[in-house]
Design a protein around this ligand. Structure first.
Ligand SMILES: [Zn+2]
Length: 53
C-alpha cells in the first residue's frame, strides 16, 4: 500500500532536497497547480489548494 503523500506545499527545503528525484518526475507534466502556493504537480494530492491546469 502506498503511503499517504504530504502536500509538497508544506515541504521544507531539506525535504525538497531529499525527495528531489521523485518531485522532478511529478513536475514533468504538471496537471494541477496550487492556487495558494503556486506549486505545480501531476497529482492534486501533492497540493493543498489544487486547481486543474
Ligand atoms: Zn499549496
Amino acid at each position: 500500500m502506498a503511503k499517504v503523500k504530504k502536500s509538497i506545499c508544506k515541504w521544507k527545503k531539506e525535504k525538497f532536497k531529499e525527495r528531489f528525484s521523485e518531485l522532478k518526475k511529478s513536475m514533468k507534466s504538471p496537471k494541477f497547480i496550487c492556487s495558494k502556493c503556486g506549486r505545480a504537480a501531476v497529482e492534486k494530492g501533492y497540493l493543498c489548494k489544487p486547481e486543474e491546469l
